[in-house]
Structures are given as C-alpha cells and as structure tokens.
Design a protein around this ligand. Structure first.
Ligand SMILES: C[S@@+](CC[C@H](N)C(=O)[O-])C[C@H]1O[C@@H](n2cnc3c(N)ncnc32)[C@H](O)[C@@H]1O
Length: 322
C-alpha cells in the first residue's frame, strides 16, 4: 500500500469508529454563540488547531474545505455564511463523507440557524480539487497536509492556489516539527497517517507556501502539540511537535521576498516624534507597529540603536506594514 492508501484506510476506520483525541489539542473546539456541536461530531474532531478565523469570513465567502473529517469545521464555517452550498467540503474517503453527512444532519436538528444544504459534501482529493480555477474565496484544511510527503505537499498547495481567486486565503492548521523528523519515523506510514511523523520544520513549511506563490503568510497560533519521546520513538532525544495555524494570501510575492507575519513589532526609541525609513514605514516614538519578519530584519539592521524589534508572539491578527 502507498502511504496515501494507508491514510485513506486509516480515516475510513476512524470514520466508522471515532477515535477520541486522535489529532486534536486538549482545548475544546471553537465555540460560537448559538452553535451546538453534536456529540459525535465533537468526538471526530481530528484537527490540530483551528482554521476558522472570523476576520477572514466577512462578505459571504465561498469556502472550500479539504478533508472534511466529522464535519466540525465545515459546520463552523457555515455558521458565518448561512447559505446553501457556501461551504464545499471535499474528502476521498466514502466512510468519512457519510459520517460527516450524518453529523451535519444531527447539527441541523440541534441548531435552528443551520440547514444541512449549507454544506455540500463532494467526493474529491487534495491533489485534484473538484472546482474550477479561481472560483473560491477561501480554502481551508486542518491536519491533513502534514500527512503528505514534500512533493505531494507541493502538489496539494498548488491545487489550493489554482482554485483560489486572486487575493483569496488559504487557512491551515498543521503539526510542525521543532527539528527534522528522522527518516525511520517519516517512513512509518501509520504514524504519518496519525499526523505524527510527516511534519516539516517551521521554515520548510513556510517555504513550501512561498514556493507555490503565496506572497503573504500570517501566523495565527503556534503551540505545543505532541512529544515524540526518545523511549517510544527510538530517538536520541525527545522531539517536540507544535501545531501551527496560518493564513496565506494569494497575492504576488514581492521582489524582495514574501511577507511573513509572526507577531513582531518595531518600536522607534529615538528622540524625534516620528521615524520614517523612506521605504513606506513610519514609526511613532514609543508605539509598537506590527511588521513582517522581512521588515523587522531591515528596520532592526538599519538602526539597531533607535529601533527596537520585539520577538515573534506567533499570534498575528492583521494590520501593520506591507
Ligand atoms: C486528520 S483528518 C482531519 C479532519 C478534519 N479536517 C478535522 O479537523 O477534524 C484528515 C481528513 O482528510 C481526509 N483525507 C485523507 N486523504 C485525503 C486526500 N488525499 N485528500 C483530501 N482529504 C483526504 C480524511 O478522510 C480525513 O477526513
């Protein structure tokens, strides 16, 4: 079996018999006023963070959700759009599509505002998304792309780029590794399917996004996810996995490189009221301005005695330079 077939088989099994806590973090799923998440759907929370960011969902976007799982995030996206077919959810695993459809029917019974027709479940695959070029505003995937080997990840990201409208957003949550995962674990198909051994490092993950053409990437959260301990995973030292929530924009990559926002700020510490770097960044004395990592590097290098660059918070929510 290929690793993709192993993954499909695994998700077929956990569609039929939910495995509580499979990929998820210990915090409860995103709660929203008036949203009731059916019990079985909650048990099938196979995501490792959240891809549902209210600020990205204004203006009734069409959302394409890749890897539907139990339907939890499709329901959360539908909460914002509340229109027939505004959320298209894709999965190649028949048992998973059936489980999601069942859970969404229960959600419709438990939530006055929700109708199962708000989510259209389609057979499809991350490598051949069943929608035309430049046809959706948002693509989301949670805890799926980390399973893919690097060449397949590039293929899946290219597909998301193809289907997004210009300016559209790719919302993702995936495990990343704090150092490269050794080969013997990468080759373990079951661990890969379990989202435990396919993770790339942060730098590799972001580079994949930039390589397919996403000109702006924003980190929304970065938190501990799982520990691969040296005893059970035949490692020299423990290896921490983190989960990364991000939003990537289909905008051109600027000539001087992509804008990656990780929560850094620049603060002018000099005597004048304002500091103008002559490249579009005006800092007010003493007031933090959100900057991308590229601008942080330039400003910090330009005047290290007059511009203080604060560390990445790994939580950036809009505004600032670029
Ligand atoms: C780890 S689960 C995540 C489910 C869901 N996103 C969530 O947050 O609960 C991975 C999902 O991707 C689906 N999947 C597996 N291989 C896929 C592929 N090649 N393309 C699209 N989805 C796939 C699985 O059936 C499963 O629903």
């Amino acid at each position: 079996m290929t690793y993709l077939e192993t993954a499909a088989q695994f998700y077929s099994d956990v569609a039929e018999t939910p495995q509580i806590g499979l990929c998820c973090v210990q915090s409860s799923p995103l709660q929203l006023p008036g949203l009731k998440i059916p019990e079985q759907m909650q048990e099938m929370n196979y995501g490792c963070g959240t891809t549902v960011h209210a600020a990205e969902l204004v203006g009734n976007p069409v959302v394409l959700y890749v890897g539907v799982g139990g339907g939890l995030e499709a329901l959360q996206f539908a909460y914002f759009s509340r229109q027939k077919g505004a959320v298209i959810a894709v999965d190649p695993v028949p048992a998973m599509r059936e489980a999601a459809a069942r859970n969404l029917q229960v959600a419709a019974q438990e939530n006055d505002w929700f109708d199962a027709s708000f989510v259209e479940i389609r057979e499809g695959d991350a490598f051949a998304l069943p929608v035309p070029d430049a046809s959706v505003d948002v693509v989301a995937q949670n805890c799926l792309f980390n399973i893919f080997e690097p060449a397949d990840l590039a293929k899946a990201l290219k597909e998301t780029y193809r289907v997004l409208k210009p300016g559209g957003r790719l919302l993702m949550s995936d495990p990343i590794a704090t150092r490269p995962i050794p080969q013997h674990l990468k080759e373990d198909q079951r661990l890969r399917a379990l989202c435990l051994s396919g993770a790339l490092t942060y730098a590799e993950y972001v580079q994949h996004l930039v390589d397919v053409g996403f000109g702006q990437v924003e980190v929304r959260a970065r938190r501990p996810y799982r520990l691969l301990d040296k005893y059970n995973y035949q490692l020299d030292a423990d290896l921490l996995l983190e989960s990364l929530d991000s939003v990537s924009f289909k905008v051109p990559v600027p000539d001087d490189g992509a804008c990656i926002f990780t929560g850094k700020t620049a603060i002018y510490t000099g005597k004048e009221e304002l500091f103008d770097d002559g490249a579009g960044h005006v800092l007010q004395r003493g007031v933090p301005a959100a900057v991308c990592d590229k601008t942080a590097g330039k400003l910090g290098g330009l005047m290290p005695d007059k511009v203080l660059i604060t560390d990445s918070t790994w939580h950036y929510n809009g505004g600032g330079c670029c």
